[in-house]
Design a protein. Structure first.
Length: 404
């Protein structure tokens, strides 16, 4: 967002409390996969962008975009980062300025939480002295078909004046903006998008755990269903969902519905439970395959291919690979991981040693699990030389390959 806004002609200040992140940005070192360091350096050199940890640099802003994490803590949304932003921004808020959170959250956050904090910190009044709205982020890392600026952008405002200013700002950055009637609609729309995906992935994942016992190939059946040109969206099985959206966002909505209405959002809660159990199913499949070959998990050498949560991405957040590795290690397996996309700075966070997916490493493994089919993997070589593969992505073939 910062780089694109700077390229569009805005003068952008990026504020963060993470000093290491600020140092990297100031040095022109991008840690975001879809923003090459060359683009970052270009806006730095042009004086259109600056990164800082000094809140004084926020003084005089026209529009503030909040893009902080909104994690779950023991099933409860943690909005402390949004609250901290509101208090910091409020100290520098002036008449006529606008504040727009993009962080995913429950419907009502902008008007019920953000505005009172801004008013308290600034002594200004929303709708009278300052503007506000909500515009949910829509990013698909590594997606070449839908880059950042061509993805339609939802925009909202707490009143007509706010919407006019906020829409004008995003019109300068995105090819298409889609205004809605208010922040609650925009907040709910984001949760609907992600809950839709989670529920459908869950249905397919649960089917994948059942159809093999029925003697039906789930992958072929999905391909067949996908020939229908209407009324069907293709989803495929996997070892579970990851990232900062799907494992988290639907539970925001489930929490809000329980808090406000006192009833469960059963689809979201069931979908979450199904996906939470997928790593266990993966490990059971590996154990069964080894048992058929006269081996046990304990002492076996297992290679996990693809540790990030998304294909060709660099993000490890909430990746099911972490849980798969944990379960295997707890049962005594010798586990290694291979993923050329994991940044060097994140190696320390892995719970397995990182190796190259070489022919030697593949051959030496008792079992290989393809969790994420990154483009850099030599899939034909893996299928040819691995003594056993559990293919969670239906990308390999060979006499020793089983699909999820």
């Amino acid at each position: 967002m910062a780089v694109r806004a700077a390229e569009a002609g805005h003068r952008v200040v990026g504020y963060d409390v993470d000093l290491d992140r600020v140092r990297r940005l100031t040095a022109g070192d991008s840690y975001v996969q879809d923003v090459p360091s060359s683009r970052l350096r270009a806006v730095l050199d042009a004086g259109a962008y600056a990164a800082t940890a000094d809140a004084a640099a926020l003084a005089g802003f026209d529009i503030a975009v909040i893009t902080v994490p909104t994690p779950l803590r023991d099933g409860v949304p943690d909005l402390s980062f949004i609250e901290a932003c509101a208090r910091t921004l409020g100290e520098h808020l002036r008449r006529g300025a606008a504040v727009v959170p993009e962080s995913t959250t429950w419907p009502g956050t902008t008007e019920e939480l953000l505005l009172p904090l801004l008013e308290e910190a600034s002594a200004l009044k929303a709708r009278v002295d300052f503007l506000a709205g909500f515009s949910p982020e829509r990013i698909a890392p590594g997606n070449k078909r839908w880059p950042f600026e061509t993805t339609p952008k939802l925009v909202s405002g707490i009143d007509a004046a706010s919407l006019d200013v906020i829409k004008g700002f995003y019109d300068s950055i995105f090819h298409t903006t889609v205004p809605v009637s208010g922040p609650k609609v925009a907040e709910l729309a984001k949760l609907i998008e992600n809950t839709f995906r989670l529920v459908n992935i869950s249905m397919i994942n649960e089917l994948a755990t059942l159809t093999g016992r029925l003697g039906v190939n789930i992958w072929e059946a999905i391909d067949a269903a996908a020939t229908k040109p209407f009324g069907f969206t293709r989803f495929t099985p996997g070892p579970g969902v990851g990232g900062h959206c799907l494992p988290v966002d639907p539970l925001f909505l489930a929490w809000k519905i329980r808090e406000e209405l006192g009833v469960p959002f059963r689809f979201a809660e069931l979908a979450h439970d199904v996906n939470r159990r997928m790593p266990d199913y993966v490990v059971r499949r590996v154990a069964q395959a080894l048992d058929q070959r006269g081996k046990t998990l304990s002492g076996s050498r297992i290679l996990l291919l693809g540790l990030t949560y998304k294909i060709n991405a660099t993000d490890l957040r909430e990746s099911p690979s972490t849980r798969v590795a944990e379960l295997l290690i707890n049962q005594g397996a010798q586990v290694r991981g291979a993923d050329p996309n994991v940044p060097d700075a994140d190696h320390a966070s892995l719970n397995v040693p990182l190796v190259n997916a070489s022919e030697e490493e593949i051959t030496a493994s008792d079992a290989v699990v393809l969790l994420m089919d990154h483009a850099t993997f030599d899939l034909p070589m893996i299928g040819k030389h691995a003594p056993y593969v559990l293919d969670c992505r239906n990308r390999l073939s060979g006499p020793h390959v089983e699909t999820l």
